[in-house]
Design a protein around this ligand. Structure first.
Ligand SMILES: Cc1cc2nc3c(=O)[nH]c(=O)nc-3n(C[C@H](O)[C@H](O)[C@H](O)COP(=O)(O)O)c2cc1C
Length: 545
């Protein structure tokens, strides 16, 4: 198959649209069909405007009187099975040099009037050559937030040139975002859909699903327009030039997802140490604002070289790793940083949603929450129950194992919940069958302690599976500081339960053996208080540097 690509952007390879076209061609190539592609870059060609002399229709039929590169274009158009037109939208139409090329296609048609007036009914000329079977793809980006309503002129042009419905379009708004490295996660995702479209095109046509993904806005209108306005670096009111750092901060603030407003305003202070500039982003119910003065008490203060923060924003540097490496410092509430994606959606699009009201690509859709109670309940029932009465206690804990999935319906079970259910069921069965309780109960504590301590060897320690609910769900698991904090806590809890069997064994041999379960709850209560303190104190200590 012969493919001719006409790049009509004056920016040639630096064109935003070219990124889409390239992705589409990559997709076409993935189809496995033998493809020969030739590209013409209009900017680099000598194509003069049509003189309107009609000599190609009368004096030299099929031959233009201008000797320039257009002869080559006509040749290639006749050679191609598929012609891909790639261009930016200029004044709701095609850029001038490309329009010259389009005008100069006159030798490809005959001068006579088609009796049927063509498909549009407004008049047409028959083709000079057999163009049947040739296909056309039109790819374009534009600068407004949407392609909708902006391409009427272009559609009309190609309707007349190819016939209505006889060509495939790929029109995309927010085209300038394709050159912004900070937004690469979202734009790369979009280019992935374009690639898929190219592949599907070769297999017969772009699927409805891919088309729906391509029709999504890259970002919501309000976010895009506020970026677009800020990107010029000029104050809207005064027209004065603004600092790059302020523009960067504004663009970051524009990403704020007001749906994640926690019920009170949050103030994020950014102190850029290398340029000695300070701004505050106020995250409110109705949106965000950037303060350049009149500062408020900050909930979270980030002290960072702007270069570091830009690298993080561009995805070149992991925010949490940079924090661990002390490349920036944080004071105050770390939750905002740990849940960054929730507040600022970082561009890793989830399922596409329509229009401005939809959460922008990048917002994390939480999966079902986990609950530590699922894990603890069977154990507590066993320890307390079996210490009081082996048979009834064993029975109660067996029932607890069976009922837990019902009680916590709607929660996600972790591997530790399942393991706990299995272990407690075994210990309960042993108690029911009359195994000595002075051995079974300490063994149950030991098994519990081993499970916690052993989980420290895994990538995600046990407590992290549960405390992630307080942050941004599973995305918190990618945060090394969060994992490190949880590893320490899990180890502390594991140690406590590895030691518990020692005094439990002796306690069960005394007159207050029936109180063992209750007595053994005192230390965990104290550990709970320690945990609540440590999980805030330790990350804050690290973040402070
Ligand atoms: C002269 C000029 C006219 C433009 N006219 C429009 C327009 O009518 N509508 C629009 O949405 N964007 C318009 N734009 C924005 C471009 O279409 C947009 O920046 C596009 O992504 C550039 O694509 P390219 O990098 O492939 O050349 C215009 C840009 C220029 C320079």
């Amino acid at each position: 198959m012969n493919i001719l690509v006409i790049n009509g952007s004056p920016k040639a390879e630096r064109s935003n649209t070219w990124q889409l076209t390239n992705a589409f061609l990559e997709g076409m190539n993935e189809s496995g069909e033998a493809i020969e592609t030739q590209t013409l870059t209009v900017r680099d060609m000598n194509i003069r405007p049509c003189l309107g002399c009609f000599s190609c229709w009368s004096k030299t039929p099929g031959q233009c009187c201008i000797a320039d590169d257009m002869g080559q274009v006509i040749e290639k158009l006749l050679w191609a099975d598929v012609t891909v037109w790639s261009f930016p939208l200029y004044y709701f139409s095609v850029p001038g040099p490309l329009k010259n090329l389009i005008d100069r296609q006159l030798p490809l048609i005959l001068p006579f009037m088609s009796p049927d007036g063509g498909e549009t009914g407004s008049g047409s000329h028959p083709a000079r050559y057999d163009m049947s079977g040739k296909k056309t793809v039109v790819i374009s980006t534009c600068g407004f937030y949407t392609a909708e309503g902006n391409y009427d002129g272009v559609r009309s042009l190609f309707d007349h040139q190819c016939g209505k419905g006889n060509y495939t379009t790929l029109f995309c708004g927010q085209g300038e975002l394709f050159r912004v490295p900070e937004l690469r996660r979202r734009t790369e995702e979009y280019l992935g859909y374009v690639r898929r479209a190219g592949k599907e095109y070769m297999a017969g046509g772009i699927s409805a699903e891919t088309r729906a993904a391509l029709d999504q806005l890259l970002f919501p209108r309000s976010v895009f327009e506020s970026w677009a306005d800020d990107s010029w670096g000029v104050d809207k009111e005064t027209g004065a030039r603004e600092s790059d750092t302020l523009i960067f901060t504004r663009q970051m603030a524009a990403l704020y997802q007001k749906e994640s407003w926690p019920g009170h305003d949050l103030v994020l202070e950014m102190r850029y140490t290398d340029v000695s500039e300070r701004y505050q982003i106020v995250l409110g119910r109705e949106g965000s604002s950037v303060l350049t003065g009149g500062f408020r008490p900050a909930d979270t203060t980030v002290e960072t070289p702007v270069t570091v923060w830009k690298s993080i924003a561009a995805g070149e540097l992991s925010g949490s790793e940079a924090l661990m490496r002390r490349q920036y410092r944080v004071e105050g509430d770390l939750g905002l940083l740990i849940s960054w994606d929730k507040y600022f959606g970082s561009g890793n699009a989830s399922a596409p949603k329509k229009a401005e009201t939809a959460a922008p690509a990048g917002i994390h859709i939480p999966s079902k929450p986990t609950s530590l109670n699922i894990l603890l309940l069977p154990w507590i029932v066993f320890w307390v129950g079996a210490s009081i009465h082996p048979f009834w206690g064993g029975l109660a804990s067996l029932m607890a194992c069976a009922l837990v999935p019902l009680i916590f319906y709607g929660h996600k079970m972790t591997v530790y919940d399942a393991l706990s259910g299995g272990l407690v069921a075994c210990f309960s069965a042993a108690a029911l069958l009359g195994a000595p309780i002075r051995l079974v109960v300490p063994l149950a504590y030991l098994a519990f302690g081993v499970m916690w301590a052993a989980s420290c060897l895994c990538r995600v320690p046990l407590t992290a599976h549960y405390s992630m609910n307080d942050y941004d769900g599973e995305s918190a698991l990618a945060n090394p500081l969060f994992i490190k904090t949880n590893r320490i806590l899990t180890l502390a809890w594991g140690a406590l339960y590895l030691l518990t069997p020692i005094w439990t064994y002796f306690l069960l041999g005394t007159g207050i053996g029936g109180w063992t379960g209750a007595i053994n709850s005192i230390l965990p209560l104290l550990m709970g208080v320690f945990t609540a303190w440590f999980q805030k104190w330790y990350p804050a200590k690290v973040a402070k540097g």
